[in-house]
Design a binder for this molecule. Sequence first.
Ligand code: SF4
Ligand code: SF4
Length: 443
Amino acid sequence: MDSVKTKLPFHILAKPIGPICNLDCQYCFYLRKEAMFPDHHAASDFRMNDRTLEAFVQQNIESSPRSQIDFAWQGGEPTLMGLDFFRRAVELQKRYCPEGKTITNAIQTNGTLLNDEWGEFLAKHKFLVGISIDGPRELHDRYRVDRGGRPTFDRVMQGLAVLKKHGAEFNTLTVVHRELAHHPLEVYDFLLEIGSRYLQFIPLVERLEQTQSPTAIPILGQDAGVAPWSVEPLSFGIFLSDIFDRWVSRDVGRVFVQTFDVQVGIWAGYPSMLCLFGDTCGRALAIEHTGDLYSCDHFVSPPYRLGNILDEPMGKMVDGAQQQKFGNDKRDTLPQYCRSCEVRFACNGECPKNRFISTPDGEPGLNYLCAGYKHFLNHIRPEMEIMAALIKNGRSAAEVMQICKAGKTLAPQDITPARNRPCRCGSGKKFKHCCGSGEASGN
Ligand code: SF4
Ligand code: SF4
């Protein structure tokens, strides 16, 4: 089938083993998705076959308008596919990658099945490995258990040791569940202690309907209870704020917390690097083991199926009307309460999957996490304004740490440009040859 190049970049999360996992994390919505495939009777039915894999690799490369093509492998637990599957994926990537384009691979794993063979492969092929770990032992084992209900912390740490031994690059993904949210600094320090420098915190929000019905989808505007392990909205905001305070006073430029980095970009005036905080979304899709393409990993259910890549070119579906509407709905369904919110530019109502409560005046479609985001985004304002001013003046955002140590007294307008940047008086000269000529030279 001829590929169709898309107009704008997109990203596909590939699920080669569907929702199948060797663990049984109590909060995981993937496991209940098994029931979406009634014609699948054995675990072996949930495997991407070679024909689908080849079509996916070829189309992901040929449809992309970018020179770097990213492959993101997720599950369930993708390592259950076995190494041969990924060897084949890499072989196909090499075959279809034209000169001038580069390929990256990322894999999200619970880490429990990693051994030396995996470690060697992942390091050799420069896979970025995302390890799912929910903080120190007690918090991690609260929900992340295996199918026998046994804790998994030690097995994850073993997997991490394998990655370190082979020099594979890794980051951490931590699900912020109800109890974990009350231990922000303990969790942050633990993740740094185990060597993570790229941290992702994902708020756990699961509605009761999702736990009861595998095909249930979030319905905009319907108030509903959440599962008891869901994070409480304000707790999540305080969790992020407490970690932010430590990060901004000590770790900027050496530790990368995805939410904070994305926010720095937004406050500096760039488009959001993450769909969650963007005005619209729809460029982060998911492909199931069957080759079925869905609007988003959080919307893998029949109404959001775009088609199958064996029947229709992926690029056509990515740019198609159904997907465009999905992405625009994020903006078009935003309640008035959000439209007039002081931090809308940095939040944009976050993810539509979490928009199931009502605003104070009764309008449906408000994000369940709203109270948390309002707290967090207002809390970070002083430092964000300083970092934004630093970036706009060609200086390093990390300078915020010294400024904060000096007592947060510097207003953004008092931040001078880097010495080689144009002077802001409008003279057209470099700052060092103009208003900054009296300052100590350094560049
Ligand atoms: S903080 Fe709340 S009101 Fe403001 S944009 Fe986000 S969800 Fe909407
Ligand atoms: S639905 Fe949520 S996770 Fe999916 S693309 Fe939109 S903002 Fe991102």
